[in-house]
Design a protein around this ligand. Sequence first.
Ligand code: SF4
Length: 255
Amino acid sequence: MRTLKIAKHDGRGEIFLSVQGEGRHQGTPSVFVRTSLCNLHCVWCDTDYTWNWAGTPYPHEKDGEPGYAKFEKSEEIIEMTPAEIVAAVRTFDCRHIVLTGGEPLLQQAGLIDVISLLRDADTDAGYHIEVETNGTLAPNPAFDASVDQYNVSPKLSNAYMEASLRIKADVSKFFASSEKAWFKFVVDREEDISEVLAMVRTFEIKSSRVYLMPQGRSADALTARQAWVEAQCAAHGFKFSDRLHVHEFGDRRGV
Ligand code: SF4
């Protein structure tokens, strides 16, 4: 049977109950399934254990911090079948599921099996399936049909990657026209707002579906930028998104 590469934490797959800390369903109790692997390499990524492998050349803002080193790929991934993932999800009494990463759309074939098994096992109100994606990979029709919501987070130049890698016009247009998609931009400086506005214009993204979120891996960093981000939202018809889990747990994994 097909297996999926799931981020490994404490010897198990990183599948855990927490609260959705960002975006449209901020505050909603949710089960998170963290897939490993990503096709991007954002310099401020807070799940760098899904892609920042030993031997790769990508920089990270933690480079140089005491104790920080690139990750051994074989130690950070656990292979799980869809049935094993569903069994882990069902240990929690919660039907709001967030498929996150890494970049989950790299493994959409396996995730279709996970969603379909979850729904087969469902006996009451049903699961809500939310997918967090960087917006560079298009969902195939079967995956698209099985998902309830996309949280699309296109990367700006503040992620320190070339535009051709982080922006795929056809994929951005697909999500901009999807009723299931909500956009979330991590912003840090004035130039970021110009980039967001350019993307919104170019791909005809509805402003009412755009969240701006401060960049930061600590509560202090988020709080320091909050008033500025809220003012930008008010000026451009966007919504503000906090990062509740960072306020509560900081940079900790699996919570
Ligand atoms: S797209 Fe997401 S998971 Fe991938 S490197 Fe960027 S922030 Fe990390």
